[in-house]
Design a protein around this ligand. Structure first.
Ligand SMILES: [Zn+2]
Ligand SMILES: [Zn+2]
Length: 198
């Protein structure tokens, strides 16, 4: 009987940035996939945040087209399930991939979602607009926006590794129903989730 090993981040961080693309034997990267128009700066922030959290290198992919197919005219929002389904169909040579949409996403039964993931992988998606102070009529705070986005990205990718929601309000895997929830948690896994993360 063979025992599955490997794929456990620490000690496998030899490759950095985008250099791993195509190199044989290297750890496969996490790919950040812009969906429609997304600012370059936030893509990099997310890539670096994911590298810190998971230990994988990251690659930023070319943007997918604007997801008109997911638009609900009545709600003025985009159906996250359709976007995640399309992302999941991508066949990338990657550890995981994270779609990023600067669009308001929803799923039936909820007014909006910050993100969604396919439990067990390979894809997840996050929505940026509601992570900005300006969405609520407040002065913009870019550092806060970046922190929130990294937390949501790590959270959704945590789901792709099979992690469920954590009761520790400071753990990145804690469920966020609102921005105060997002702001209360940290961008790291609690010890218990860390043990089960890749
Ligand atoms: Zn979650
Ligand atoms: Zn936890």
């Amino acid at each position: 009987m063979s025992k599955e090993q490997g794929g456990k981040g620490a000690g496998e961080q030899g490759s950095r940035g985008t250099e791993v693309r195509g190199s044989r034997g290297a750890v496969r990267p996490i790919v950040v996939v812009p969906i429609g128009q997304v600012d370059e700066s936030i893509l990099t922030v997310i890539g670096q945040g994911l590298r810190e959290a998971f230990g994988w290198a990251y690659v930023i992919a070319a943007a997918l087209p604007h997801p008109d197919y997911a638009y609900d005219r009545r709600r003025g929002q985009y159906l996250v399930d359709d976007i995640l389904a399309q992302l999941s169909r991508l066949d990338l040579d990657a550890e995981r991939w994270l779609g990023m949409a600067d669009l308001d996403l929803y799923t039936p039964g909820l007014n909006f979602v910050f993100g969604q993931a396919r439990m067990g992988g390979p894809a997840a998606v996050i929505a940026l607009p509601r992570l900005r102070q300006s969405f609520y009529g407040l002065p913009e705070d870019e550092a806060l926006f970046h922190q929130r986005a990294v937390k949501e990205a790590v959270h959704e990718l945590g789901h792709t590794y099979g992690l469920g929601h954590c009761r520790n309000p400071h753990c990145v895997m804690c469920f966020s129903n609102s921005l105060p929830d997002v702001d209360r948690k940290e961008r790291n896994f609690c010890l218990s989730c860390r043990r089960r993360s890749p």
